[in-house]
Design a protein around this ligand. Structure first.
Ligand code: HSE
Length: 297
């Protein structure tokens, strides 16, 4: 391929309350990338994460890009990869998943699409460790995924244009820590609490039923354990619940809330003020679900 190729990959919010490690939603927040054949492989970022990645920090995108060439048994072709990033890094909005999916999808397109979408999903899941962010980044919409031995079973649902507020506090919070603070086992009562609610979250999102979503987005197996360790997290989550159906986005630290469009600005300011009172800076975004995964533009 001799010409420049451009793609977009979306942010994703995993878990959605009770759907821990199984559910994720693609959002209308995008990283845009161009791939141009070059002598060596290079990566340059503008926007979110630019400082980190342009200093030469290891990045999942070029790792995924190189992996795909290796898996396909092809010699790595150089490429100048340039990214314009909107997805906040270390935020619980799937920036790692977006990098993995963009690298794999970009390499697959450069090679003339030797691998299927399902192949890409399997490789992305192996790289990320679980499918809940990579699946919606690849497929768009709401995706429910389960691992069945080596297979990943997914179902994808189109979601109506709901309004979503995201508030990301400027706190140090690594996914590794977010997983380490979880209990090794959960009680039957907590499992039952989550199973029924997770199923109803899917129904509520598909129908755009905010009232039902607000009732069933409650989780008992990961959020509380994590919110306790995120400065201002518990208070911000409680505040978000006053405005609609709230959750910790992925492993956090961002809080998301599905709310009425007319209430979105106020909800965002209110949640930001909870962190602000504790001296914690925030970034706020008002967005909506999107039904498109990674694609060429
Ligand atoms: N399901 C994952 C978690 C998402 O909650 O840890 C973050 O990668």
């Amino acid at each position: 391929m001799s010409r420049m190729m451009k793609i977009r990959v979306p942010a994703t919010s995993a878990n959605l309350g009770p759907g821990f490690d199984c559910m994720g939603l693609a959002l209308d927040v995008w990283n845009e990338l161009s791939f141009e054949p070059a002598v060596k492989l290079s990566y340059h970022v503008t926007g979110e994460g630019a400082d980190k990645f342009n200093k030469g920090a290891k990045n999942l995108l070029t790792k995924a890009y190189s992996n795909l060439y290796e898996i396909c048994g092809k010699a790595l072709m150089g490429a100048s990869i340039r990214a314009r990033n909107e997805i906040l890094v270390s935020s619980g909005l799937g920036s790692s998943a977006a990098a993995i999916v963009a690298g794999l999808f970009g390499a697959n397109e450069m090679l003339g699409k030797p691998l299927t979408e399902n192949d890409l999903l399997k490789i992305a899941t192996e790289m990320e460790g679980h499918p809940d962010n990579v699946a919606p980044a690849l497929l768009g919409g709401l995706v429910v995924s389960v691992m069945n031995k080596d297979e990943i079973i997914t179902r994808r649902y189109e979601i109506p244009p709901l309004t979503l507020v995201i508030v990301k506090p400027d706190v140090e919070w690594l996914t590794k820590t977010a997983r380490a603070v979880l209990p090794k086992s959960v009680s039957r009562a907590d499992a039952v609490h989550n199973i029924g609610r997770a199923a109803l979250v899917v129904d509520a999102l598909c129908k755009g039923d905010l009232d039902l979503l607000q009732l069933v987005m409650e989780d008992r197996i990961h959020q509380t354990y994590r919110l306790r360790h995120i400065s201002g997290g518990m208070a911000a989550y409680k505040c978000a619940k006053k405005h609609g159906a709230a959750a910790l986005s992925g492993a956090g630290p961002s809080i998301i809330v599905f709310t009425q469009p007319s209430q979105a600005q106020y909800a965002m300011a209110d949640i930001q003020s909870v962190f602000g009172e504790r001296g914690i800076k925030t970034k706020g975004i008002i967005t909506c679900p999107n039904n498109k995964g990674v694609h060429r533009i």
